[in-house]
Design a binder for this molecule. Structure first.
Ligand SMILES: Cc1cc2nc3c(=O)[nH]c(=O)nc-3n(C[C@H](O)[C@H](O)[C@H](O)COP(=O)(O)O)c2cc1C
Length: 291
């Protein structure tokens, strides 16, 4: 099941989706067992921003049929805290590290890319572009021109693989993927969460502290499949696919649609070892299902 991805040798094609597996907390809970049976072939960090963030006020989660809505709001220690405290711990996991970064201007993203890329523990970077560029008012990942300008700025700053995490809310996701590829992205990943909302049944007011949030889990799996299929037709670079993967069959479907790797997100909350189970199920399917 080993795969090559942007020059990295991975033991199997299953990795985690950013922000859905806290490897440092898991290491504390499970000790060296976690390292011996790490569920993913590479570890993707949650989003790192330049400055520390508290995240959104609670409540931050709402369960829906087939998934959940989160308005976590990207709490994190900021770049300096991540590099000093988290990265050395994550480097002990024994799998390649992919660091997910997000900035609110091209200059901020450039700063993040340069600083993260300098660290030898880091194998690749993922750009989370599901946020507005405060300089232009446009969402970085929603517009082909914005994404091209961003990549032109940051591509020369690193020789490491750059994965662009596309936003599913772009009007034309394949056009954004194509612009990212033409401006030097090594791979794209998709899908991020889909905007949703829930009302408190007692008051009728928005339940989530952030008013709206991102829907994830099996509810978005068909959207992921359609978007991965469309993006695979548009670009020749590898795709990391995610969105509602619960079983080997779901990962297999996304690979049939054009993905090279599959990331597991929400399912890890239910079963922290889901990555291993899904990789094993995928291996069984790949050996028994004829294309
Ligand atoms: C609680 C939670 C936190 C997340 N945090 C991040 C994050 O920090 N950065 C990011 O790029 N995506 C984040 N995501 C999106 C996931 O990486 C993934 O794109 C999405 O959840 C779809 O996959 P899934 O349906 O398997 O969860 C988060 C998702 C959830 C549910």
């Amino acid at each position: 099941m080993s795969v090559e991805f942007c020059g990295l040798e991975l033991a199997h094609p299953i990795i985690n989706a950013s922000g859905t597996f806290d490897a440092i907390a898991a290491r504390r809970a499970f000790g060296d067992q976690l390292i011996e049976r790490f569920p993913f072939a590479a570890f993707v960090s949650k989003t790192v921003t330049l400055e520390p963030r508290q995240g959104n006020p609670p409540p931050r989660l709402w369960e829906v049929a087939g998934g959940l809505i989160n308005s976590i709001g990207l709490p994190n220690k900021g770049l300096a805290g991540y590099l000093e405290q988290d990265l050395p711990e994550l480097a002990c996991l024994g799998v390649p590290l992919i660091v997910n970064v997000m900035g609110f201007s091209r200059a901020e993203v450039a700063h993040l890319v340069r600083a993260v890329s300098e660290r030898e523990e880091v194998s690749a970077l993922e750009l989370n572009v599901s946020c507005p560029n405060v300089e232009t008012g446009l969402m970085m990942g929603a517009d082909p021109g914005e994404i091209a300008a961003l990549l032109h700025r940051v591509r020369p700053l690193t020789d490491k693989p750059l994965i662009v995490k596309l936003t599913p809310s772009a009007t034309d996701v394949p056009a954004v993927a194509l612009a990212a590829f033409r401006a030097g992205a090594d791979a794209v990943s998709l899908i991020n969460t889909v905007r949703g909302m829930a009302l408190d049944p007692r008051t009728g007011e928005p339940w989530l502290g952030g008013t709206t949030g991102g829907v994830s889990g099996p509810a978005i799996r068909p959207i992921a499949l359609a978007q991965v299929h469309a993006v695979a037709e548009a670009v020749p670079i590898p795709i990391v696919a995610m969105g509602g993967v619960q079983r080997g069959r779901d990962a297999h479907d996304l690979m049939r649609a054009g993905a090279s790797l599959v990331a597991v997100g929400t399912e890890s909350f239910r079963d922290p070892a889901a990555g291993l189970r899904i990789a094993a199920q995928l291996a069984d399917l790949t050996s028994t299902v004829r294309p």
